[in-house]
Design a protein around this ligand. Structure first.
Ligand code: HEM
Ligand SMILES: *[C@@H]1O[C@H](CO)[C@@H](O)[C@H](O)[C@H]1NC(C)=O
Length: 319
């Protein structure tokens, strides 16, 4: 080898090291390859069956990962039940009578622990993989999920109340909330595209259909049958016209002023965010590409790694 190739090798190594320590987190897609080679196929088969049985479950599992990551990082904290000394995040405003899918997570955990012969896969990683598998089961994009998150020993209801964005937020509040999590306007629009699947309760969109002006009046009237001025708080409306298909209908609905949540329609009140909504409506490939990138970014938020936290035996309680 000559001087020049030694030098370029040195540079390559340097660049790789810098990237490995900054751009990439400690998480890696191959994390369970040796300790539990069947982990991912096991999770996939439970998720597939659950989503086949009830399409909405795919949406509910995706939302669990989001609500986990936005509260002190992706550490499985949302799965912990209350104890005498700790109030569960399940009781926080954005979650109570709203988040679901915990039985499926329990089922996955049991199956994966059995497949591994011991508990090596964290509940936080289960949520990240189940989110991806749900999206795939509903016709969306796939990607390699970075793994190696460990589970928290505690949860914070208070942090869940402050850190998860609310459906009555304005565009500037949404942007600020995402910025606080290290996410930008593109992440906001791409990840809001998750509302291409699933449902919302009436209580979350009643003010929008009765009081907002940036709403299609026929659409508002239709929703008022599901969601009257009084009563019916837990009646459900699909978040877009195709709630069991991971497509771009969410964005075409927004253009028609048929966003279900106030926060959805707010995306068209921003400069750059409006442009992205228009782009994603026409361009499935770009939406998928940006969505996957933002999902990986969200999944990398403050994971517990190394000897931090633990691998729970039961996702509902600390060991
Ligand atoms: C941008 C700020 C966001 C706000 C204000 C918001 C708010 C909401 C609300 C109010 C609901 C209905 C909950 C209920 O009926 O009780 C909902 C449902 C849902 N959200 Fe979001 N969300 C946001 C972002 C996200 C993100 C980033 C994801 C995932 C990447 C996501 C995934 C979902 C899914 C899949 C559902 C349907 C769940 C089901 O049917 O069980 N949301 N969201
Ligand atoms: C609409 O706005 C009025 C006036 O601010 C408020 O009293 C009411 O609770 C809001 N929501 C609905 C569903 O009317």
């Amino acid at each position: 080898m000559n001087m020049h190739s030694y030098f370029s090798m040195f540079i390559q190594t340097l660049v790789f090291t810098v990237l490995a320590t900054t751009t990439f987190s400690a998480l890696t897609p191959n994390y369970y390859d040796y300790t539990c080679p069947n982990a991912l196929t096991t999770i996939e088969s439970v998720v597939k069956a659950a989503v086949q049985k009830e399409h909405r479950m795919g949406a509910s599992l995706l939302r669990l990962h989001f609500h986990d990551c936005f509260v002190n990082g992706c550490d499985g904290s949302i799965l912990l039940d209350s104890t005498p000394s700790m109030d569960s995040e399940k009781n926080a405003n954005p979650n109570i009578q709203s988040v679901r899918g915990f039985e499926v997570v329990d089922e996955i955990k049991q199956a994966v622990d059995e497949a591994c012969g011991k508990p090596v896969v964290s509940c936080a990683d289960i949520l990240a993989v189940a989110a991806r598998d749900s999206i795939v089961a509903l016709g969306g994009p796939s990607w390699n999920v970075r793994l190696g998150r460990r589970d928290s020993k505690t949860a914070s209801r208070g942090d869940a109340d402050t850190d998860i964005p609310a459906p009555f937020f304005s565009i500037s509040q949404l942007i600020k909330n995402f910025n606080n999590h290290g996410l930008n306007e593109k992440d906001l629009v791409a990840l809001s595209g998750a509302h291409t699947i699933g449902f919302s309760r009436c209580v979350q969109f009643r003010d929008r259909i009765f009081n907002d002006t940036n709403i299609n009046p026929y659409f508002a009237n239709k929703l008022k049958h599901i969601c009257p001025r009084q009563g019916g708080d837990s009646n459900l409306a699909p978040l877009d016209v195709t709630p069991a298909q991971f497509d771009t209908s969410y964005f075409s609905d927004l253009i028609k002023r048929k966003g279900v949540l106030h926060s959805d329609q707010e995306l068209l009140n921003g400069g750059y965010t409006s442009a992205l909504v228009r782009k994603y409506r026409r361009d499935t490939k770009t939406f998928y590409k940006d969505f996957v990138k933002s999902m990986i970014k969200m999944g990398n938020m403050k994971p517990l790694t190394g000897s931090q936290g633990e691998i729970r035996y039961n996702c509902r309680k600390a060991n």
